[in-house]
Design a protein around this ligand. Structure first.
Ligand SMILES: *Cc1c(COP(=O)(O)O)cnc(C)c1O
Length: 224
């Protein structure tokens, strides 16, 4: 199946009034499909697997901004550190330390989002809301060299229950606002990204304050 560029245009128009950014989630899709979407003007792409992302990076134009949205293991950070634009799924101090170490080596800054566990399901990764507030506030007010905490990311339950999904997004937004009000004034401009919403729930996420949605199947078709 080829990407649906009409759907992409509709999505961009829908995001505009919210001032929200689109990350086109391209995991499992061939580079040829990504190139079609890139040539249409989309710059931000999201991937879940380190090797897959590194391979696509080597095949596609360097102006693509690669977002890592999967669960990142510390021993794989070095494979994406030279080129990654934003790492969405950071959920431990050990991982932040490793990213900092690689960033220093490369003499670059790497932007991160802390992943917060908001779903009622058991399988999702992330920090609890309390941990996110404590850890986020500390890391922003006393930064580690080479890394910048730009915001939060979360995934709601995969559920038809709209009220449940909405309340999970609301709790992530409240966590975001708490950290925002805790941190020093000079850091507030850096902490602006709330990454929430996928193909099935992005409309609810936008209503609840998302500034960045991660959408795959609505653009590229169902993953087989
Ligand atoms: C796969 C994935 C998405 C996109 O899911 P779709 O339902 O295809 O839009 C978004 N975020 C994360 C973390 C994902 O793993």
């Amino acid at each position: 199946m080829s990407p649906d560029l009409g759907k992409l245009d509709d999505l961009l128009a829908e995001l505009k009034p919210y001032n929200a950014a689109l990350v086109a989630v391209s995991k499992t899709r061939p580079s040829t499909d990504i190139d079609v979407v890139f040539k249409h003007g989309q710059l931000d792409f999201g991937e879940n697997y380190v090797r897959e992302m590194a391979e696509k990076y080597s095949e596609l134009p360097p102006s693509i901004r690669w977002h890592f949205i999967g669960h990142l293991q510390s021993n794989k950070v070095k494979l994406i550190a030279p080129f990654v634009h934003l790492i969405h799924g950071v959920d431990s101090e050990a991982l932040v330390s490793e990213i900092s170490k690689q960033a220093i080596k490369l003499k670059r800054n790497i932007d991160l989002l802390l992943q917060v566990y908001i779903a009622s399901e058991e399988t999702k990764f992330g920090l609890s809301r309390e941990e996110a507030v404590r850890f986020g506030t500390d890391l922003i007010n006393t930064p580690m060299q080479g890394v910048r905490i730009r915001g939060l990311m979360g995934m709601a339950s995969l559920s038809e229950n709209e009220q449940l999904v909405r309340s999970e997004f609301q709790s992530l937004k409240r966590t975001f606002d708490t950290i925002s009000s805790n941190i020093n004034k000079e850091n507030q401009d850096n902490f602006k990204i709330l990454s929430m919403g996928m193909s099935g729930d992005y409309k609810i996420a936008l209503d609840e304050g998302s500034t960045m949605v991660r959408i795959g199947s609505a653009i590229f078709g169902d993953r087989s």
